[in-house]
Write a protein that binds this ligand. Structure first.
Ligand SMILES: C[S@@+](CC[C@H](N)C(=O)[O-])C[C@H]1O[C@@H](n2cnc3c(N)ncnc32)[C@H](O)[C@@H]1O
Length: 227
């Protein structure tokens, strides 16, 4: 029963549809630009907890020599990711249960707003490989949180991620995306429904467009040791 495992919260079909619309609107295009810059030299890329595969697909567009594997515990998300890019494969896998890759199989691991298993990420990376983690800053979509009662974001996420990855990874770069975007009521609803708040309660539907802050940090780590 995978639902009992910590960190397993598979996206539903409705969440996957909302995420597809939201990401295709360009909501996190600034994050994709940073991922492309940080992983420009990578050739075999795993995205763990890849959802619809949107970020990996944009990365593969930017790095034509690379191939990618998307893993996610959600069958609905993996179905979508399997069609996201001609150089991408997709497999259902629980990041906590072990990734379906041999040791040293990839030279980059990408993890965007998804569970992070330090030892598994270290195991599947080749020596000299990189891990790139994107996570929301406390003011990410803050206006929408206030208007709809979405779940909040922990304040010191970056420090917590660096601590959790230490022992196998050292941070080598830290980028921040912070910009304002105007969301239509439909896109605002999608931004709520694609996230963890969708698992919990119903939310009021906005009737007017809303200006929101996109605030995401991207931490790049170098592999230093395997445990
Ligand atoms: C917030 S979404 C992010 C998806 C994608 N990285 C993106 O940014 O579009 C979190 C994803 O993690 C997946 N997930 C949750 N727990 C997981 C686990 N234990 N193993 C693999 N994927 C998991 C969910 O199904 C969901 O697709």
């Amino acid at each position: 029963m995978i639902g009992a495992r910590p960190g397993v919260n598979a996206d539903t079909v409705a969440m996957v549809d909302a995420r597809t619309r939201s990401l295709e609107s360009g909501l996190l295009a600034g994050v994709d630009e940073i991922l492309a810059r940080r992983l420009a030299r990578s050739r075999r890329i795993l995205e763990a907890g890849a959802g619809t595969g949107h970020h990996l697909a944009r990365l593969l567009d930017a790095v034509p020599a690379a191939t990618g594997l998307a893993t996610d515990v959600s069958v609905a998300a993996v179905r979508r990711a399997a069609r996201a890019h001609p150089r991408m494969a997709a497999v259902v896998a629980d990041t906590w249960a072990g990734l379906p890759l041999r040791d040293g199989a990839v030279d980059a691991v990408l993890c965007v707003f998804a569970p992070r298993n330090r030892d598994e990420f270290a195991r599947v990376l080749t020596p000299g490989g990189h891990l790139v983690v994107a996570s929301p800053l406390p003011d990410h979509l803050a206006e929408l949180r206030e208007a709809t009662g979405m779940i909040g974001i922990q304040a010191d996420k970056h420090q917590e991620i660096v601590r959790a990855m230490s022992g196998a990874f050292s941070p080598v770069a830290h980028d921040v995306v912070r910009e304002q975007r105007t969301l239509s009521p439909d896109l605002a609803a999608d931004a709520v429904l694609m996230g963890p708040s969708a698992h919990h309660s119903t939310h009021p539907q906005l009737v007017e467009p809303i200006e929101v802050t996109v605030a995401v940090e991207v931490t790049t780590f170098a592999l230093t040791a395997r445990s």
